[in-house]
Design a binder for this molecule. Sequence first.
Ligand SMILES: *Cc1c(COP(=O)(O)O)cnc(C)c1O
Length: 455
Amino acid sequence: MPDRTKFILDEKSIPAQWYNIQADLPEPLPPPLHPATGNPVGPDDLAPLFPMELIKQEVSTERWIDVPGEILDVYKLWRPTTLFRAHNLEKALDTPARIFYKYEGTSPPGSHKPNTAVAQAYYNEKEGIKRITTETGAGQWGSALSFGGACFDVEIKVYMVAISYHQKPYRRIMMEAWGGKCVPSPSNETNAGRTMLEKDPDSPGSLGLAISEAVEEAVSREDTHYSLGSVLNHVLLHQTVIGQEAKEQMEMAGFYPDIIVGCVGGGSNAAGMYLPFLKDKIDGKKPDLRIINVEPASCPTLTRGPYTYDFGDVAGMTPLLKMFTLGHDFIPPPVHAGGLRYHGMAPIICHLHNLGLVEAVSVHQLETFEAGVLFAKTEGIISAPETNHAIRAGIDEALKCKKSGEAKTILIAHSGHGHVDMAAYQAYFEGKLHNYDYPEEKIKESLSHLPKVGD
Ligand SMILES: *Cc1c(COP(=O)(O)O)cnc(C)c1O
């Protein structure tokens, strides 16, 4: 029998618990700090924004956290997701490497994001919260949370960066189809938005301003909380359903990965894939496992930023997080992988990187699209521009195997499809995309504004 292409699990194999890496870290995670006092942030500081259950998960050191049945029932709509062996890509590369990818694009919004959006909507609803605000750039997170809100009858209010709101309408319309309310930011619904509109009525908006608006509305209303789609510990926790399923599927395939690659914006899909495998590396069961975080050369957080305390947001409103960072007022160039343009990185990933347990590489935009097009031609799936970064790095490792003659097993975290990103492919095909290395002096400039507390 020829080697199998798909590894499919039954519904009863959806993980009933999330895996919490905080139970197995060789050293504990540096805590978030209050910017005013420099002291660790306590639950009371976060209570206006998040439900208590998520605040508990954020700091928990329990190894396994039960997934409530109501969340499992929603996961059943698309989980377990399929693990594929990329036979055709292997042939095209003429590599002895075995390439596998786990595809999160079959969720209703088309990416891994609903794994946490559904959970967050659920815990808010449980604690009597009727509304959640959030911000979104290109709209992936806003659409995922709108879907999550629809599952548990929570109203979702999305502040979408104005320029994307007008130029990239399709994810906004997806939000509306799921009952989410999407407004362009700056809006006249908050002080932060009104102040900006008075200065510049045609402001294109920014993610930082959208965060300010979403947070302002959440703290000013009893019935409203705020939600984040990446970076935080509880978000990475929810995403570990990906890696737990993948472990079982790799067992079905009869191989254990030598290399795992994932693209990182805030880091949630990559970590969700590799944290359950990383436990085996920490426990000494697979000490030579290589884990590669892939970021854009235009936003080189892990590869070029320092490891230090910084704000999680551009506006400087969040607690200070110990991260590799390009500086909270870093302005990313307009590359097409919108979901990877974050100045910081999940504190868990940064801690692991600092401990030498995971690696990082940066790749250029044109090479990511080249990889994505080859992937589409061989494997069929048209991937999100973010995902193309992971595919690029996976292909590069497979090509190294071709040179060395090694038959390594490579596992790619495939975070989603690119059907709503065809304008980016169009720009690539028309030759309008360029590579962009972030200039050293600009990184230095924004790092000179790091907060002074903490270190
Ligand atoms: C949002 C997004 C990402 C980046 O977010 P992470 O938290 O780093 O996973 C990657 N891929 C897709 C398809 C996304 O929508």
